[in-house]
Design a binder for this molecule. Sequence first.
Ligand code: GRF
Length: 213
Amino acid sequence: MKRIVILISGRGSNMEALLNAEMPARVAAVISNDPAAKGLATARSRGVASAVVEHRAFGDRAAFDAALADEIDRYQPDLVVLAGFMRILTETFVNRYRGRMLNIHPSLLPAFPGLETHRRALEAGARIHGCTVHFVTAALDHGPIVIQAAVPVLPDDTEASLAARVLRQEHRIYPQAVRWFCEGRLKLGPDDRVRLTEARTPDGALVSPPLDT
Ligand code: GRF
């Protein structure tokens, strides 16, 4: 049974999707940089160990990241899962967990890295938007892509309606990626390429708006 540590900063709905998913893994702890993160209460109510490493208590990023790594390593995780964790991580931290740290980002990377992805997708007139799970590397919101889900952008979409449509897919693809990792099917190669064994290869194309025929 693999051990997972989940890092959150807020609501924690992706964390909850992971707690609800069946996978050969145990969530050893949920750690937040913000004591007010709503997800902490959810974790506690599910009987999962939780901890806070408050970034404001540290003079610089390196000191915070070192304390965070110490806390994570107490739980000896096989995988570190960033689930709405809103801190930029130092290269030292990222390299320490190379090949065993995943992130979810609410856009179809490499489009729209950074914040306010749904607003930016609407402003750009994108017809298709979505979400991406990737291994974490030092470049913010980049890194080898594991799985993506695409959704249509509809004419009357608001930021909120689009965000909700994307979030439903986040809750599907993140547990899938973590399950692959825990089953030993997902690895990051030395060339920084994702190796996924026995992946199904259906056509799977999404075209939006739909074709006439
Ligand atoms: C999600 O949209 C995730 O993709 C992004 O931050 C949001 C976190 O939501 N990184 P939640 O805390 O998992 O509900």
